[in-house]
Design a protein around this ligand. Structure first.
Ligand code: ADP
Ligand code: MG
Length: 699
């Protein structure tokens, strides 16, 4: 159970002053996890990304142009525009050193008269400029009387926004949220906290939201470091607990005798690469031993992870047990089923597909056969997690493209049988620091080598203005039998807009190429997605217009051209994943990065790296470097996925400390029963790692 002290923080943000239905929706769009409602906590964790310094209080004569100043002056003259004119309303204000004009466009006259009565002393904050030789301030940020001045923060926090939401609304909600911060028992080790000179959790939040100097909002300040550490500690502690639980449940030996795996290998139209063989040796050793396997297979796109998964699963079946392969999307689950089904069945394995879309009767029969042990290998989506799914004897769970799944889902699968071995396969070549973050202590097999005979992909950057030439070129290519992916960009992380963009692009391309153009996006019904995908696979459509649903794992070896529209909007890892969809057969492939000019510095660097290399590991390192240097912090895209306050690129040294801390905590107080243990439970809840609490005896 969640400690009751935390309740105020888990209340809906709509209970905060100034947050009504409309603002609430905007907050949901900005802050809430998908399909959830913003909580008070989410508001508190929305940290300012910068600040406005209002401490400068010069006399008019000494005020600098183009920087924020707060000027004390008296209103001496109102100059309303003539009736029906669009000219601005101006107000002359003076101090003993000079005067300046305040300029208001399309303003309500009464409002101005009330705000700036003649003869009244006001504090006016904003940027000064010179216009026709006269000092002016257009739309001051603040016009305050003496009372208002007292409340003016010397340094004002600036938050990431979404359209329709204003700084003031966020500031107000944050104030309300800060007022609800309970007194929480400290969970940090006291000596460590003292040594670092870190404030308490609630003081840290107070100080980040109430900066006294512009530096106070920077990510390397003590308050920010403390909050980042809290999040990293919660993450590491949860991982340690999960790992310990898995170890405690123990493992079982699944020795294979090679009767299925040898057959499958013999049927392959190629021989395994050295890297695949090494990974399989490592996996088989784990499976054969009675320790529980928790292994990550890291292999760049196209490195051939799928066959490794099949051979690992076949090994477990040889030991008389079952295996499950879980994919992040319906499309991928189906693709795996089709590919592996043929290979596996020839070898004598019984395979089944289980997704959220199966018809009731079909599903019932699959479930019954699974429970009876009449299915050896089941392939599916997260539908496999559901409670109704029971196995006769699950020996191995393979999770493909893991980064989309959370710790709790991994747990759910691990609980599906006694001592389930877990194999996680990820296509993103994650740098070492991130492996630690996401997976804790996992054993890692790396597929560095790619299958032989892959021609390098010709990657070109082309400005969008030349889209006509690109369309001509694609016309010639499909005339020669090529197949083309055309990926449309993310628009504001808004799926509806993505879909609109893709639909529109498909319409345009159809004007040239008629029904050779297919379309696939995330909002389509499952069956329609399959139809679009398989029409492209069979070559009935030659061009597949897609949103990023094709990013992960889709395998159509005949496709040789990948066009990415608005490439500047994609991250490096994403571009690399997308490009990995081509260059899979023997034929020469091309990747066209269509960009909107002018390119920003970071976008240009990304595109250059893409042209430079196909090595996913190098790309991942460069990605980390660019993210560290480039983008504004505090905005969601640039933070570390799965983290809200910690930025791995910046806080990597804290991660290592948090990991040691978590191990020590676990060694001393595995059930979190001490006073610090209770405080740490609260920490796990605060950062959404409470699935780990359920592993405790008194959870
Ligand atoms: P990923 O690692 O991205 O999941 P896949 O498993 O989808 O890659 O494999 C990509 C392609 O490479 C598939 O078409 C697969 O059949 C092929 N492949 C896998 N291993 C080999 C190999 N050793 N030699 C040649 N082709 C291979
Ligand atoms: Mg794959």
């Amino acid at each position: 159970m969640r400690p009751t002290a935390l309740n105020p923080l888990f209340a809906a943000a709509r209970t905060l002053p100034g947050v009504g239905e409309k603002t609430g929706k905007l907050f949901d769009r900005l802050l809430a996890e998908a399909s959830a409602e913003t909580r008070v906590l989410d508001v508190l964790f929305h940290l300012p990304h910068s600040s406005i310094d209002r401490r400068s209080r010069p006399k008019i004569r000494d005020a600098q142009l183009d920087q924020v100043v707060t000027i004390e002056a008296v209103a001496t003259e109102h100059r309303p525009p003539p009736p029906r004119s669009r000219a601005p309303y101006k107000v002359l204000v003076e101090d003993e050193t000079g005067d300046l004009l305040l300029v208001f466009f399309l303003a309500n006259h009464q409002w101005i008269e009330k705000m700036l009565p003649l003869g009244a002393r006001r504090w006016i904050s904003g940027k000064l400029e010179l216009w026709e030789g006269h000092l002016q301030m257009v739309h001051p940020d603040r016009v305050l009387d003496e009372e208002g001045l007292k409340k003016l923060p010397p340094v004002e926090p600036v938050y990431g926004l979404t359209e329709g939401l204003y700084q003031r609304s966020i500031q107000r909600a944050v104030e309300g949220a800060l007022a609800r911060l309970p007194d929480l028992t400290e969970w940090l080790d006291p000596a460590f906290q003292r040594q670092r000179k870190w404030p308490s959790f609630s003081n840290a939040l107070q100080s980040v939201h109430h900066p006294q100097t512009p530096q106070d909002v920077e990510p390397m300040q003590p308050a920010r470091l403390r909050l980042a550490y809290d999040e990293l500690l919660a993450n590491q502690l949860a991982l340690v607990m999960v790992r310990a639980r898995m170890k405690k449940l123990g493992g079982r030996a699944s020795p294979g005798d090679g009767r299925f795996t040898r057959k499958i290998e013999a049927d392959l139209p190629y021989s395994l690469t050295g890297a695949q063989k090494t990974a399989l040796d490592e996996i088989r050793a784990d499976l054969t031993s009675d320790k529980r396997m928790l292994r990550l297979v890291q292999g760049d796109v196209g490195s051939g992870k799928t066959i490794v998964a099949l051979l690992a699963m076949a090994h477990v079946v040889e030991a008389g047990r079952q295996a499950a392969l879980m994919a992040p999307t319906e499309i991928l689950a189906r693709q795996h089923y089709e590919r592996l089904g043929a290979l596996g069945e020839t070898a004598g394995l019984r395979l089944a597909l289980l997704t959220g879309r199966d018809k009731a009767a079909e599903r019932k029969s699959t479930l019954a056969r699974l429970a009876a042990g009449d299915i050896d290998i089941v392939i599916g989506t997260h539908a496999l997690f559901q409670e109704s799914v029971a196995f006769a004897d699950l020996g191995l769970a393979v999770v493909d493209e893991q980064h989309r799944f959370g710790v709790h889902q991994r747990l759910a699968l691990g609980e599906k049988g006694a001592a389930v071995d877990v194999l996680v396969m990820t296509a993103t070549p994650i740098p070492r620091t991130l492996v630690l973050t996401y997976f804790g202590d996992m054993d890692v097999s790396v597929l560095r080598e790619k299958p032989p005979g892959r021609a390098p992909i010709d990657t070109r950057a082309i400005p969008l203005e030349r889209i006509d030439e690109v369309i001509d070129g694609i016309g010639r290519a499909i005339g020669n039998g090529a197949r083309v992916y055309w990926v449309c960009p993310l628009v504001d992380e808004n799926e509806d807009l993505d879909v609109a963009a893709a639909t529109e692009r498909a319409d345009v391309l159809r004007q040239f190429f008629g029904d050779q153009v297919g379309l696939i996006h995330g909002k389509m019904k499952g069956a329609d997605k399959d139809a679009a995908m398989s029409a492209f696979q069979r070559g009935e459509t030659k061009i597949l217009v897609a949103t990023t649903v094709i990013e992960v794992g889709v395998d159509v070896p005949e496709a040789t051209i990948m066009a990415i529209e608005h490439a500047e909007r994609f991250g490096l890892a994403q571009l690399h994943q997308l490009r990995g969809r081509v260059g899979r057969g023997g034929a020469k492939s091309t990747c066209l990065l269509l960009y909107k000019s002018p390119l920003g510095e970071v976008a240009r660097a990304r595109i250059e790296i893409m042209r430079d290399t196909e090595d996913g590991f190098r790309i991942a390192e460069e990605d980390l470097r660019l993210r560290g240097e480039g983008e504004v912090l505090g905005s969601r895209q640039s933070g570390t996925p799965g983290f809200r306050l910690a930025v791995i690129e910046l806080h990597a040294d804290l991660l290592a400390i948090a990991r040691d801390d978590a191990q020590l905590i676990h060694a001393r107080d595995p059930e979190l029963e001490s006073e610090r243990g209770a405080a740490l439970r609260a920490l796990l809840y605060l950062f959404g790692r409470d699935e780990a609490v359920r592993l405790l005896r008194a959870g």
